[in-house]
Ligand binder design. Structure first.
Ligand code: FAD
Length: 493
């Protein structure tokens, strides 16, 4: 690994931003981290790019010295692939400009912005682009893998609304624009090919859609304290209701339901139905309670539903409570016709999630939740199903690189604990691996590329389905030296 002072000085001299090296001690330790505290990588250096020219300088430096690189935006990648040992981390987080063009109805976003910044810039003007649910998720990763959130059933995935992007590839070593008319193959690949494969993206331009100012959103909480039997019975009915409604022909694509199974502050299991209706709030409220009644759903013990805003809703999915915690994430698309046995399996495994002892929990950092947030304790595991369908299905599987257009249910669960608790971390890992194994009969084998995970046999097929060969060829064309490298990049065997 190259390490000499003169070597790094030649990069430092070309940057406006800061270059952090292992010799920087505590600063380096902070700079090498990502959201998931389980990730422990020691990059050769971290370049905090101050502008697009810095990104170009990093890519040229890597080209000249055969150094491998990864880009970093929000640091929310499940496997932490935006920080890699012995590689250069091209940190984009200073590229945060968000420019709204109301005449063209577009928003142009720096490759280091977080999705929450996009919502905050567009929503007060009466517009939104479909993004993720969590405001701290980086645009850089989200907008290359797919992007589903509160309004994607209404307007498609984040990538479906991408009009143009600017990036630096290793082949060119300069900024290039991609769109339907410029470099269309690369533009196709960026829309679903997964973050970090093709180059360092410095900006994204998205189409905007009008959005109302008082939307029905919030959560319905179903809990039964220590009475686990009642909880399990309610949870089963709710999963059944959710499944039947999602499959029914009158399933309104303005409504997005997000069933969450979690634990409350006393470690009792709870079922939370997070709700977002992209339309008039009175209509949404009536529609929601109509379908809950029609499908015989049980009664919630607590609700925080009301007229709210898009950023107000997504703030409830904030990850500000998570840094310093170790996350072990498992995911997969549930078959659209998953049976009751899948629901029973989910509930049983979830009830048996390993938890820290109460004393350890009390001593651990309990961050305050944003107002209206689901009452999930921040240091306990949870699981959820994200709803696809609606306008996401409008495109063919090969129209963008996101192949899984026909899927309805993206199922995930995350084993969470304090990083220092090695024994619990091991236990959670075993639990999560076995839970996923138990769910396999009900999964399609496909996995959302933005929820990358270890232990998948043919991960390329799982993420990309029938688009994999075209994607690999595009990776080879635009990154022939394999500069952008991580364990599940498209050039890996
Ligand atoms: C708490 C949480 C909530 C989430 N919620 C949602 C959600 O609601 N909907 C959804 O669809 N997904 C969601 N995700 C998944 C998320 O979309 C992916 O993890 C995404 O990859 C994160 O992007 P990032 O920029 O934050 O992460 P990073 O770890 O910084 O990057 C992820 C990958 O993208 C690459 N990358 C990042 N920026 C750039 C760039 N500018 N140019 C080139 N490559 C880049 C990195 O190299 C890395 O390979 C969530 C994840 C978490 C942890």
């Amino acid at each position: 690994m190259p390490a000499g002072q003169a070597y790094w000085r030649s990069l430092k001299n070309r940057l406006r931003g800061r270059l952090v090296l292992p010799s920087d001690g505590a600063l380096y330790d902070e700079a090498r981290g990502v959201l998931n505290a389980r990730i422990d990588q020691r990059p050769a250096a971290i370049a905090y790019c101050a502008n697009d020219e810095d990104v170009v300088a990093c890519v040229r430096f890597c080209n000249a010295t055969d150094l491998k690189a990864v880009c970093r935006c929000g640091g929310h990648g499940a496997l932490g692939f935006s920080t890699r040992s012995d590689q250069l981390v091209i940190d984009m987080t200073a590229l945060q400009t968000v420019g709204v063009d109301l005449r063209e109805k577009t928003v142009t976003v720096g490759g280091g912005a977080f999705w929450g910044q996009v919502d905050l810039a567009t929503y007060p003007r009466g517009y939104a682009a479909p993004g993720g649910g969590c405001p701290q998720v980086g645009v850089g990763g989200l907008a290359q893998g797919g992007g589903f959130g509160p309004i994607s059933r209404s307007h498609g995935l984040t990538i479906d609304n991408l009009i143009e992007a600017t990036l630096v590839t290793s082949r060119r070593g300069q900024l290039i624009k991609v769109s339907e008319s410029e470099e269309p193959d690369l533009f196709w690949a960026l829309r679903g090919g997964g973050g970090g494969n093709f180059g360092a993206v410095t900006s994204f331009t998205f189409r905007l859609h009008p959005i109302g100012h008082a939307l029905t959103a919030g959560s319905l909480v179903y809990a039964s304290g220590p009475d686990t039997n009642k909880w399990a019975a309610d949870a089963k009915k709710l999963f059944q209701f959710y499944r039947e409604w999602m499959r029914s022909p009158d399933c309104d694509s303005r409504l997005t339901l997000l069933p969450i199974v979690a634990f409350d502050d006393q470690s009792n299991p709870i079922f939370v139905l997070s709700v977002f209706f992209n339309g008039d709030w009175v209509e949404g409220y009536e529609y929601l309670f109509d379908i809950l009644n029609n499908f015989g759903a049980p009664k919630a013990v607590n609700t925080s539903l009301g007229p709210t805003t898009l950023p107000g809703y997504t703030a409830t999915e904030s990850t500000t409570a998570w840094p310093g915690q170790s996350l072990y994430w498992k995911s997969g698309f549930l078959a659209n016709d998953f049976p009751d046995a899948a629901i029973d399996t989910m509930i049983t495994w979830f009830e048996h999630a390993p938890k820290p002892a109460q004393a350890a929990r009390a001593a651990s950092r309990i961050a305050s939740r944003p107002a209206g947030a689901a009452p999930r304790a921040p240091d306990l595991s949870f699981g959820f199903i994200e709803s696809l369908g609606g306008r996401i299905r409008d495109k063919r599987p090969d129209e963008t690189a996101f192949y899984w257009r026909d899927q309805l249910f993206s199922f995930s669960f995350i084993g969470i604990c304090e990083r220092s608790d090695a024994a619990l971390s091991r236990e959670l890992r075993q639990w999560a691996d076995n839970f996923r194994k138990a769910m396999e009969p009900y999964l399609t084998g496909a996995v959302y590329v933005n929820y990358m995970q270890e232990g998948l046999g043919d991960w390329k097929r799982a993420y990309y389905g029938g688009n994999v060969d075209r994607l690999c060829a595009i990776k080879q064309e635009y990154d022939p030296s394999h500069m952008f490298s991580f364990p599940q990049d498209l050039a890996q065997p």
